[in-house]
Write a protein that binds this ligand. Structure first.
Ligand code: PBG
Length: 335
């Protein structure tokens, strides 16, 4: 619907932009700390961090450091953390059994964070790639990524994460039927309140490159993920995937990557009106940070603008590596 307006000069749209106060009053969408989910990388060891080269400012943290990060996030008002484990190559196998080990790195981190900072929501990644010797999100036989066998493995993984205390399960694997299988297993195991944020519209994207370095999957990955992740040329298919996952019991849905896919965010929000999130992925972070570190853009301004634009596109929240920095800049006052 377009508002009725008088012709110029009765209407001068610049009037409402003339002062900060008027711009504030007329602002349609806002970014606040409550919109942020902070993805962090976890590694084994004590009291140390090592930087991710392709993501300046981001590091892999030992569990004790991750607990401190969770305390910092809670103090800043960030509602949720999302954990990604950097798994020792020796633990990666074609069967991926480490994925559902109740004491794997990720599950130990969930327990430690929930024990120390119970108010922060902990989100997980449900996919086999950190545990797979061939780097894929699913089990591989004769070069084929198996769907149904992978779903069974993902259900075991999801139950172990729920058992460890995860609040939000994030299936990022793109297998067919995994949401329904996970939801049924969670219900029958008594995890009625464990939520699922489905990576429903996840594209086969080159923007994930730095992430694969961060979790140590780059070297392992053979081939690409195009038989399970979406074709970047498609838009209607995203709606079919979202609808399917909602019918199977997803509580929230995600579009990923973020900035190049804001049109998908808008279509999803308009079509379904459900809690919708975007993932501003590692490559997007690296582009902004890299250009800022070279003095080519104003990093803080571009970061905040990029995050606000997700809200304008209809997202309820954003997974972003900028979360603590953005929250610090917001300082309790929405942008
Ligand atoms: C894998 C997974 C990926 C990301 C989140 N979970 C990478 C991939 O699909 O290869 C990417 C996140 C990012 O790039 O920041 N299950």
């Amino acid at each position: 619907m377009r508002p009725t307006q008088a012709p110029f000069p009765s209407t001068r749209l610049r009037r409402m932009r003339a002062s900060a106060a008027l711009r504030d009053l007329a602002q349609e969408n806002r970014l606040g700390v409550q919109d942020l989910i902070w993805p962090i990388f976890i590694r084994d060891g004590d009291n140390s961090e090592d930087p991710v080269t392709s993501m300046p400012g981001v590091s892999r943290m030992t569990i004790d450091r991750a607990v401190r990060a969770a305390e910092r996030a809670a103090n800043l008002g960030i509602p949720a953390l999302c954990l990604f484990p950097y798994t020792d190559a020796a633990l990666k196998t074609p069967e991926c059994a480490e994925a559902w080990n109740p004491d794997n790195l990720s599950n130990r981190a969930i327990r430690a964070i929930k024990a120390a900072v119970p108010e922060i929501a902990v989100m997980t990644d449900v996919a086999l790639d950190p545990y797979n010797s061939n780097g894929h999100d699913g089990l591989v036989r004769d070069g084929v990524i198996l769907n149904d066998e992978t779903v069974a493995a993902l259900v075991r993984m999801a139950l172990a994460q729920a058992e460890a205390g995860a609040d939000i399960l994030g299936p990022s694997d793109m297998m067919d039927g995994r949401i329904g299988a996970m939801r049924a297993a969670l219900e029958s195991a008594g995890f009625q309140n464990t939520t699922i944020l489905s990576y429903a519209a996840k594209y086969a994207s080159a923007f994930y490159g730095p992430f694969r370095d961060a979790v140590g999957a780059s070297g392992a990955l053979k081939g690409d993920k195009k038989t399970y992740q979406m074709n970047p040329g498609n838009s209607n298919e995203a709606l079919r995937l979202i609808e399917r996952d909602l019918r199977e019991g997803a509580d929230m849905v995600m579009v990923k990557p973020g900035m190049p896919y804001l049109d998908i965010c808008r279509r999803v929000k308009d079509s379904f009106g459900v809690p919708t999130y975007a993932y501003q992925v590692s490559g997007e972070y690296a582009m902004i940070r890299g250009a800022a570190n070279n003095g080519w853009i104003n990093g803080e301004a571009v970061m905040m603008e990029s995050l606000l634009c997700f809200k304008r596109a209809g997202c309820d929240g954003i997974l972003t590596y900028f979360a603590p920095e953005a929250a610090t800049l917001l300082g309790g006052k929405p942008l």
